[in-house]
Design a protein around this ligand. Sequence first.
Ligand SMILES: NC(=O)c1ccc[n+]([C@@H]2O[C@H](COP(=O)([O-])OP(=O)(O)OC[C@H]3O[C@@H](n4cnc5c(N)ncnc54)[C@H](OP(=O)(O)O)[C@@H]3O)[C@@H](O)[C@H]2O)c1
Length: 352
Amino acid sequence: MRFLVSASCRAMSAAVQGRPRGLVYEKHGEPDRVVQLKDVSLPELGASGVHVRMLAAPINPSDINMIQGSYAVVPDFPAVGGNEGVGQVVQIGSNVTSLKPGDLVIPADAGLGTWRTEAVFEEEKLLKMPPDIPLLSAATLGVNPCTAFRMLSDFVTLKPGDAVIQNAANSGAGQAVIQIAAAKGIKTINVVRDRPNLQELVDRLKSLGADHVITEEALRKPETKDLLQKIPKPLLALDAVGGKSATEMLRHLQYKGTMVTYGGMSKQPVTIPMSALIFKDIRLRGFWMTQWKRDNAQNKEKLSGMIAELCTLIQKGQLTAPACHEVPLADYQLALKASMTPYVTAKQILRM
Ligand SMILES: NC(=O)c1ccc[n+]([C@@H]2O[C@H](COP(=O)([O-])OP(=O)(O)OC[C@H]3O[C@@H](n4cnc5c(N)ncnc54)[C@H](OP(=O)(O)O)[C@@H]3O)[C@@H](O)[C@H]2O)c1
């Protein structure tokens, strides 16, 4: 048996071509200035190590903020960018029991540096994916769908027919919120920024299960209230933008509703009208997936249970990868630029 594993390891090692390379930065700054494609070293495998050939990894706003030095956690230098992605196991250390060569894996935690062709990770830092999960779904599962899942579960009790309002609804996180909510029978009001091809975007989000898609501008208009009367007032608002966008969503929340801020794409503070607090007793909360993982580090079943539930939704066709644009690793500069360009609505995925 040991011989068979070794033989398959050799076969897969042969499939890892060239020297290990990765997108490295040695100081904070704008990504196009500080990130470079370089050779990276591979540590010894070790007893609990897993040699992984990375296949695909997205560029998320938090990756960009980490490079800029404005994120809540910053890496030691030199650092390899990227916090999520999917890879295939090439070889395992002698004490590794949960993985074997050929398995598809995603990071169990942030900070592994996934923008690279291959790496050695500790077994406990990896989660095994069922083999039938599409590559792009696996590559984008660990951050946004998990965040959407937690925010829909952990703040208010939602039952079928209840409603949620969210901004940046076309983001990776927003698309996951729409689909997970639809699978649970929860209605969604989805706020996006206006753009020339708005109808195309509206159609796409509705095809994912969105009940209403409206622009930030329309949300401010009194007639929108009538439109939204067809579904119950939302109990939950999910805010990835801050600024005026968050304030507008508050106006549509139910009495004692909750707004969860999890991103700050506008870079503007959230301003709360006093009436929202006094007359509606609105509750304001925040969410950070990294903190949730830290808080639940002793309860690994909670993380693997959530991943299993999300994989079931994927297998049933109820949760698809966000709109993606795949870019070869060598063209990383184009991908970094596109990831920071407004109105793109496609997650940039680096293909290794
Ligand atoms: N707290 C957590 O644990 C957690 C987890 C996951 C994500 N997040 C945060 O959630 C947000 C979305 O992440 P993602 O990966 O889903 O993003 P994404 O797929 O890259 O999409 C970015 C979204 O932000 C919108 N946007 C950009 N600038 C904006 C502005 N000035 N005003 C309003 N909207 C703006 C974009 O809309 P346009 O199409 O109009 O440009 C798009 O909808 C980010 O802030 C991210 O850091 C937080």
